[in-house]
Design a protein around this ligand. Structure first.
Ligand SMILES: Nc1ncnc2c1ncn2[C@@H]1O[C@H](COP(=O)(O)OP(=O)(O)OP(=O)(O)O)[C@@H](O)[C@H]1O
Ligand SMILES: [Mg+2]
Length: 256
């Protein structure tokens, strides 16, 4: 479980972005943070994984204050896909994807198996892509390799910051379906950031809508879509509101 508790945070030289901000993500939840550019989504993710520290309040992981945890051990427990991907440029795709298993001491055969599985999950066939360097990939392929790297580490928690931003709609929707199903099957706790409300509604068990460092709506996709009243949330749903309402109603029928 990850929780920000009454967190206050300002970037150096910036005004306070989060004030008394609280958000708890229970184990095995697929939580999607959605909001406009600059609303604080990446900042929340980086506070959760210990890359940023709050100036007041607490961040807890697995019930313990992250300030009292070894930052390297904390980070190893999280498969993190930073915004923009960020593969190591001097390592091949296979070396990037196998990096965490190697650091964790996995045997070569085990590493290779984890890497092959993860690359298959993001549709980057090993035979074609394993030996390439990041600058030999397209932007969308780089993003997918970064997702594979986060999966291959086997961490129980996965945090992804707009991992599908550079993909065309068709591939994006395929990966949403497949990756969503895979992460659920593996029982991962997921914190997923996007500015795309359609993606958020299709992927999440829970939607947290953010604007200017505040949470404007928080609930199941059905709650958020069907009960949208806040003007920002209504604007975010925009012209797709009717489609999204149909989708969440249909999903409710299928689940019930
Ligand atoms: N290192 C930094 N120093 C100063 N201000 C920062 C820094 N990083 C982010 N900010 C500011 O903090 C605010 C929130 O940034 P954040 O990256 O969390 O937004 P976001 O919701 O992830 O946006 P996007 O959808 O564009 O990625 C923005 O106004 C941004 O300009
Ligand atoms: Mg961001």
């Amino acid at each position: 479980m990850f929780a920000l508790e009454s967190v206050t945070f300002a970037h150096p030289g910036g005004r306070s972005l989060l004030k008394d901000f609280s958000l708890a993500v229970p184990a095995r939840q697929f939580c999607v943070l959605v909001g406009a550019s600059g609303s604080g989504k990446t900042t929340v993710l980086r506070l959760m994984n210990g890359m940023l520290r709050p100036s007041a309040g607490r961040v807890r992981a697995g019930g313990r204050d992250t300030a009292e945890q070894d930052p390297i051990a904390l980070r190893r427990g999280i498969g993190y896909v930073p915004q923009g991907g960020s593969l190591f440029p001097h390592l091949t795709v296979a070396e990037n994807v196998e990096l965490v298993p190697r650091l964790c001491g996995a045997a070569p055969a085990e590493r290779a198996r984890a890497a092959a599985e993860a690359l298959a999950a993001v549709r980057l066939p090993e035979a074609e892509f394993a030996a390439r360097y990041p600058d030999q990939l397209s932007g969308g392929q780089r993003q997918r390799a970064a997702v594979a790297r986060a999966l291959a580490g086997g961490a129980p928690v996965v945090m992804m910051d707009e991992p599908f931003g550079a993909l065309d709609n068709a591939l994006r929707e395929e990966l949403q379906d497949e990756l969503g199903a895979l992460l659920r099957r593996l029982g991962k706790t997921v914190v997923f950031v996007t500015h795309d409300i359609h993606e958020a509604v299709h992927l999440g068990d829970r939607l947290v809508v953010m604007s200017e460092g505040r949470i404007l709506a928080d609930g199941t996709p059905a709650d958020v879509v069907l009960e949208a009243a806040d003007p920002f949330v209504v604007r975010l749903l925009g012209r797709r509101r009717a489609d999204l309402e149909r989708f969440v109603r249909g999903k409710g029928d299928a689940d019930g």
